[in-house]
Design a protein around this ligand. Sequence first.
Ligand code: GLY
Ligand code: MN
Ligand code: MN
Length: 446
Amino acid sequence: MQPPPPLPPAEYAARRSGLLERLSPGSVAVLGGARQVLRNGDAHYRFRQNSDFWYLTGFPEPEALLVLRPGADDGIESALFCRGRDAHSELWDGARAGPERAAELYGLDAAYDVSQIDDLLTGWLDGADTLYSPSHRDPVLRRLIARTVGRVREQGGQRPKRRADILPLIHGARLCKSDGEIERLRYSAQVAAAAHRRAMRSVQPGQWEYQLEAEYLHEFMRHGAREAAYCGIVAGGANACVLHYTDNDRQLRAGELVLVDAGCEYQGYASDITRTFPVDGAFTAPQRDLYQVVLAANEALIDGIHQGSTKQELEAGAVRLLTRGLVDLGLLSGDVDALIEDGAHRTYYMHGVSHWLGLDVHDAGPYTEDRGRRSRTLHPGTVFTVEPGLYIAPDSADAAEHWRGIGIRIEDDVLIRPDGAVEVLSGDVPKSVEGITELMRQANPS
Ligand code: GLY
Ligand code: MN
Ligand code: MN
C-alpha cells in the first residue's frame, strides 16, 4: 500500500476560492484553528487540527486563525495568523512555519503573526457587510470577535451590518469529496481493512481485548496512519451489547464473538469499519444465525444503493430487513409491518445505519436538503457508512437463553464515485462466515 502524499496547497486554495465566492461581497469571515490541550502537568494531548480549519488551510500548527475577505481591495482575500518564529520554543517543540514562510508554503495571500490579529481585524471589520464566524461556542474566538467589534465602535467606525454562521457553507462543501479526498479516504479504509485482517489472524482465546486493540494500532501506524479515527471498540462476548464499549480490558474467551469497531485517520481522513468474528475461529449455531441476518442486511443495503437513494431509504431499509430477520429467528413475533410501526426492533437494534464519513468520523454535512423538506440523496462524491447490527443483551427477558449476550455489527465504508458507481472502500476485509473462518483457519492451521 502506497501512502498518498499530502494534498497540494492548490487544493486548499481552490476550497477557499469556492467559499469566498459564496460569501457576500465586502464581508469578513474569521475561523480559529485548534489549540493545544493540556493532558496533565506539562504534557499535552497530541495536537489535532480543527477539521474545518484543516479543510480550508492544510495548516498543521496550533493557535492559528484564518480570515477571508471576498473581493478585498488590497488583494488579501485569505490571511493566516500563526505563531511567530521563536528559537527557544522551536528548540523544545519543533519548527514553526512562522508568518515569513506560511503564506508561500500554504498558498495564502498573506500570513501574519497571531499577535497582530486584533489590530488588523479591527481595521478589516470597520464597514464590513457581514461578519461570518462559526456558530459553535469557541470562547477564544468569541472573545476576539467581541473585542475587535468593540474596538471598531470605540474608534468611531462602522460595525459589520450582519452576523452569519459560516459552518453551513463549509459543511455543505465538505459533503462532496474531491478526487484527492477520495484517494485519502480509500487509503484510510485500506489500512483499517488490513488491521481487521491482522486481528482476525492473530486473535486467540485468553488474549485481552486491549492486546487485540494493539494489533490495530500497530497496523495503522505501520502504514502512516498515526492516529485512530476514534476510540476503538474491542468487545468480547456480551460487551458487544454495550454500544460504545471502550474499556477493552477483559479477557477474550473461546466460544465468544468479538466485535471490533476500529478505523484510522490518514491526513485527517477517517475510516470506520466494524467486523464481528469468533475468538476461536468457529461460529456457534446461534451466533451464525444472528450473524447471517446482519450480514444479509448489510449486503442488501449496499446492493440497493444507487445515485439518488436517500439516507432515509437506507434507515428504513435497515429496520425492515432486521425486523424481518428477527421474526424469522423467533426473536420477534407478529406482522413485520405492524412490528415496524411499533418500533419493536428497538430492543435489539437501537442506532442509525449510516452517517457521513470524511475528516470527522461522523462527518459534517446536512442530512436533509430542500430546506429540510427531504432526506439528502447519496450523490456522487459522498462517502458514508452502512452499519446494521443486532444486540441481544445478556439480561434480555424476551429472548431465548441461547441468543443472550450476542452482539453483532457489520460496518462498511461506501463511496458513490463521481461516475455514479458504488465502491465499498472497506471491501478488503472479509465479512462472510466462510471468508472470516477461512482467513482464521489459514492463520492457525491445526
Ligand atoms: N465508530 C463509530 C460509529 O460506528 O459510528
Ligand atoms: Mn464504527
Ligand atoms: Mn460508523
